[in-house]
Design a protein around this ligand. Structure first.
Ligand SMILES: [Zn+2]
Ligand SMILES: [Zn+2]
Length: 168
């Protein structure tokens, strides 16, 4: 399918012949989403992942969506347009809001950093989306391939849901 000496389209940074995902017929491995052991046994009430009893104080500010997603949506600007938030007077009006203020305290420090590989994944996914759009517009010959693990794609969407709450 792919030449052995080209960079693997899964984004691992190694050549196809050396890539882990080749053995699994080009299914890229999942990214880790759990904190490294040992478990802390602690529960922090407002942490999304408190059910795992593996928190570490304190709560940290987390973007509603990955910051990289907001940056993509804003075309690398500092603000995005939002509507239909409970704290907006006219819910139909699209109002600009700074990306830096679109955070809320929903994860403890330990779980927040455990999920950072997902942020990297989201960035690569969006970059591939942008690449594919440009690629088709330039009407090239040949194909463009970018591989993603479907389980991680789904998990990314579930762990960064679009919140209906306003900034805190
Ligand atoms: Zn690969
Ligand atoms: Zn936690």
């Amino acid at each position: 399918m792919f030449a052995d000496d080209v960079p693997c389209p899964c984004g691992s940074g190694v050549a196809v012949a050396a890539c882990l995902c080749k053995d699994r017929n080009f299914v890229p491995p999942q990214v880790p989403t759990l904190p490294p052991p040992p478990s802390t046994g602690l529960t922090l009430d407002r942490c999304y992942a408190s059910v795992t009893r593996d928190c570490l104080p304190l709560l940290t500010g987390e973007h509603f969506l990955s910051r990289t997603v907001f940056e993509f949506l804003s075309k690398k600007g500092k603000a995005v347009g939002i509507s239909n938030h409970p704290w907006q007077k006219d819910k139909r009006r699209i109002e600009p809001i700074g990306i830096s203020s679109l955070t809320t305290k929903v994860l403890c420090k330990r779980h927040n950093s455990a999920l950072s590989p997902l942020d990297k994944f989201a960035r690569r996914f969006l970059e591939a989306y942008g690449e594919a759009k440009t690629y088709h517009l330039s009407a090239p010959s040949g194909n463009l391939h970018r591989l993603f693990n479907g389980y991680v794609t789904d998990f990314t969407e579930r762990t960064h849901p679009i919140s209906t709450k306003g900034p805190t």
